[in-house]
Design a protein around this ligand. Structure first.
Ligand code: ADP
Length: 849
């Protein structure tokens, strides 16, 4: 279907291109010639057919005449005998033979004759060979009776046949009735039969002539005309539109059909000659017509193109006219030699002058110029004419009414046909442009000033930000230092023998201090996160343990409240991963902490699974059966300092920062913290944490870490420790922490003292506070490292929580970093691990500077 449509469109295109290429006149001629050609072909065929028919008719006519002639002649001969018999009814055989011999002797096609008086054959010629027929009674003969009666009753001669003869061959039988007497005596005597040989008749008529140019067929056996049977030739001739002719017999008739030999030839012989003639004649007509058409088409095209150009030109000039009209551009032309100016209407309007009959001159133009611009404008103009270059100028003019305009002029010099220099150009009013330009310059200036102010403001803001950060760092330091004392002492106190009441006091001190520390940590974390100063530090860690530890931390509190705490970790969650375990733990502690805090009874459940997209995209949901979060609370729950309501604050405490920090941290870890999408607002809270972790880099390291043995105090045996700390409480605290260890500890109150102690005798460890009078921790470290030789392990003890400080410590040459408030276990852990490492690697040595 589609193929067909495509074919049709290709045909249509082809036809169109043919029509356009061969031009209409040539096509009309072609069509007419084709018509003539077809008509001539048809006429030629018709004439050919008619000619053929007439030829056939002529030839068949000849045959017909011959047949009719031969038969008539035969019948006439026999009729003579009939006449004799009717007068000599008692004719003898001899007489009969004598008369018969005339008939048969002259004409080969009558083979014999017989007379049958009273329908019984009694006379026959020739007798020899036919004796048997004598005595044959037609009345008794079934084959011939009907024919004999027919002849008798009709009284006419009857030509029957052709019939097959007993003695072989075929023949026509002409039977004549014979009557004797006249008038009333007239009486039927008998019959005379003459046998006319078929072949002989045909040969005589020329039917069997081999040179005959036609096929013939005859019907009408027994003289029955078109009703009779076919007895000569091929029946096919009758079906081939033959020429038909009636052959009239003495009695009855035959129908002769004729056609050219082998049938009607389809095409005339002269057709190729005729075609050639027609083609040549056609070519003689078509070629000149085509050429004439081509020429006329080319001419028509050229005229059309010309007309189109004319129309385009007209449109263009109309556009130009409109453009000039609306653009308010004036056009001028100057004869440089005479100073004569030609101005259009717009120029007069621009310069505020009346149109007059006398021409404007160069000095008329000059008079209009603003006094301050005359010199510059005239100079610019002359320079352009002298150097034959383009002219571009801007100047002010003053109108009669005092109005000032800024004019911009553009021109081009040329030499006319008479060899005079002329300049043609345009002027337009640019007062508005100039005004805008001045406005722009003013605005630019204001912008630059505003930019400078902003820059200053930015610097001030940055200074303020730095001051804020410093303040926060200082605050943190200032608060952490006493907190170190409070928490440490409370830890030490808890280790002593205390009464139950004293124990409660100590616990309260610890809880309050921890709560305070959490607040400080939260505020610090938030300020660091917002300043972009909190880095995510990925390490390889055990995710399952991390989750368990976070939950275990809060388990005692939950158990205290009688809550069920359960952790469900899906099988697909990888155990060893890479990420910031510290920050993950922080988020989990916050979520589980809140769940425990806001649930009075029931359960807290943590479920961990991995996202279907990746095993390292971890989803952790923390669900509880507590007071829940209403829809309106849900809107703001992640905003900083946001708590459900004042009553909650009073009842449960907290700063409203935990979720904000956790949510920002989750974002930094490539994920998010949201409320569970399908949570039930009435039935407790559910938080949905999603984070992106990575596969671990160093599986061995993790295994080693897993296998880290419990604290081995013995590795520290004999170690010498210098404690550099200006705060007395903290010195006391550390001293207490180290009291039961197999180490010696010497104390320095500032960095300088610490350096001197090291110079006197290198210790194994230096526990170095950061802010100290005389010489701070950083400077003291640098000096110790500069001493060279066998070096101690230097551990920073600092209340400063910023990553930048940690970096500064390590850069100054310290080995480790502990953040105040320092817990005993953390300190012992660090010392044993560092000493074990030192023993394995050998003491650090550097050459003195
Ligand atoms: P806070 O330190 O005050 O707990 P958070 O940011 O952690 O600060 O929580 C903000 C507020 O969100 C809480 O004060 C409380 O109203 C609500 N909230 C957090 N977790 C839960 C929870 N599991 N059930 C009910 N309310 C919660």
């Amino acid at each position: 279907m589609a193929e067909g449509v495509k074919g049709l469109s290709v045909l249509r295109q082809g036809l169109r291109s043919v029509v356009s290429r061969f031009y209409p006149l040539a096509l009309v001629a072609l069509a007419a010639l084709t018509g003539i050609f077809i008509f001539a072909e048809q006429q030629n065929a018709t004439i050919h057919r008619q000619q053929l028919r007439s030829d056939v008719q002529n030839e068949a006519g000849l045959i017909r005449s011959r047949l009719e002639g031969a038969l008539t002649a035969d019948v006439q001969l026999v009729r003579g005998l009939v006449a004799v018999l009717s007068t000599e009814p008692d004719m003898t055989q001899e007489r009969f033979a004598d008369l018969g011999a005339h008939i048969i002797g002259d004409h080969g096609e009558i083979s014999h004759i017989a007379a049958a008086p009273d329908l019984v054959i009694s006379l026959i010629h020739p007798l020899s060979g036919n004796e048997a027929a004598i005595g044959l009674d037609y009345n008794q003969n079934d084959a011939q009776r009907a024919a004999a009666y027919d002849v008798r009753d009709s009284g006419n001669m009857v030509l029957a046949g052709p019939v097959n003869l007993v003695q072989g061959g075929r023949a026509f039988i002409a039977r004549f009735p014979i009557f004797t007497g006249e008038g009333a005596d007239r009486r039927f005597w008998g019959i005379l039969s003459a046998v006319i040989k078929e072949q002989g008749l045909y040969d005589r008529a020329g039917l069997t002539d081999d040179n005959l140019g036609i096929d013939l067929a005859l019907i009408g056996k027994d003289g029955r005309g078109s009703e009779g049977e076919l007895f000569f030739g091929n029946a096919e001739v009758f079906g081939d539109n033959p020429v038909l002719m009636e052959i009239t017999l003495p009695e009855g008739d035959w129908l002769l059909a004729a056609r050219p030999k082998g049938g009607w030839a389809s095409a005339p012989d002269n057709r190729w000659t005729m075609r050639l003639v027609l083609l040549m004649a056609g070519a003689l007509i078509l070629i000149p017509t085509f050429l004439a058409s081509a020429l006329s088409a080319a001419r028509r095209q050229a005229i059309e193109k010309l007309k189109r150009r004319e129309r385009e030109l007209e449109t263009l000039s109309r556009r130009l006219e409109i453009a000039v009209e609306t653009s308010k551009i004036g056009i001028w032309e100057l004869d440089v030699g005479t100073g004569e100016l030609i101005w259009d209407r717009r120029m007069f309007e621009l310069y505020g002058m009346e149109r007059s009959d006398h021409p404007v001159t160069f000095s008329d133009w000059k008079k209009r110029l603003h006094p301050e611009d005359v010199q510059g404008a005239v100079e610019t103009f002359w320079r352009a004419t002298q150097q034959d270059e383009h002219y571009l100028s801007e100047y002010r003019i003053v109108l009669d009414n005092g109005e000032r305009k800024y004019i911009r002029a553009l021109g081009s010099a040329y030499w006319d046909a008479e060899g005079r220099q002329r300049m043609i150009g345009v002027d337009w009013d640019v007062s508005w442009d100039v005004h805008l330009r001045e406005e722009l310059i003013r605005a630019n200036r204001a912008l630059t000033q505003r930019n400078n102010e902003l820059l200053e403001a930015k610097l001030t803001a940055e200074q303020a930000d730095r001051a804020k950060s410093e303040f926060l760092a200082n605050m943190s330091h200032e608060i952490r230092t006493p907190m170190n004392g409070i928490l440490g002492m409370a830890d030490l106190l808890a280790d002593t023998d205390l009464s139950e009441e004293e124990q409660l006091y100590v616990e309260t001190i610890r809880d309050s201090s921890n709560a305070l520390l959490k607040i400080i940590n939260d505020i610090l974390d938030l300020s660091r996160l917002e300043a972009g100063k909190l880095d995510i530090s990925p390490t390889d860690f055990d995710l399952h343990t991390c989750i368990q530890q976070a939950v275990n931390l809060l388990r005692p509190k939950a158990e205290e409240k009688g809550l069920d705490v359960s952790v469900e970790i899906d099988q697909g969650v990888p155990q060893h991963v890479r990420g910031d375990d510290g920050r993950l733990r922080q988020i989990l502690v916050n979520l589980v902490g809140n769940a425990v805090k806001f649930t009075a009874e029931g359960a807290v459940t943590l479920r961990a699974r991995n996202a279907p997209t990746s095993p390292y995209r971890i989803i952790i949901e923390v669900e509880d059966t507590g007071i829940g979060i209403s829809e309106s609370q849900a809107q703001h729950i992640f905003d900083r300092f946001s708590q459900a309501d004042a009553a909650t604050t009073r009842a449960f405490g907290g700063t409203g920062l935990g979720l904000t920090i956790s949510s920002i941290l989750a974002g930094r870890m490539g994920g998010s913290l949201t409320l569970c999408p399908d949570r039930d607002p009435e039935g407790g809270a559910c938080f949905h944490l999603e984070i992106e972790l990575e596969p671990i880099r160093n599986p061995n390291a993790l295994q080693e870490a897993d296998q880290t043995p419990d604290l081995d105090i013995e590795v520290l045996r004999g170690c010498r420790i210098v404690l550099a700390e200006d705060n007395r409480t903290n010195r006391l605290l550390i001293r207490k922490y180290l009291a039961r260890l197999p180490v010696t500890c010497v104390e320095a109150e500032n960095g300088r003292e610490a350096v001197e102690m090291c110079r006197a005798q290198m210790p194994d460890f230096v526990l170095m506070d950061m802010s100290m009078p005389e010489l701070d921790g950083i400077a003291a470290t640098q000096e110790i490292r500069a001493l060279g030789g066998q070096q101690p392990v230097i551990v920073a003890l600092t209340a400063n929580a910023f990553d930048s400080h940690r970096k500064a410590c390590l850069e100054a040459g310290m080995d480790h970093f502990l953040q105040k408030p320092i817990r005993k276990l953390v300190l012992l852990n660090a010392l044993t691990a560092l000493q074990a490492e030192r023993l394995a690697a050998g003491p650090k040595r550097i050459s003195a500077k």
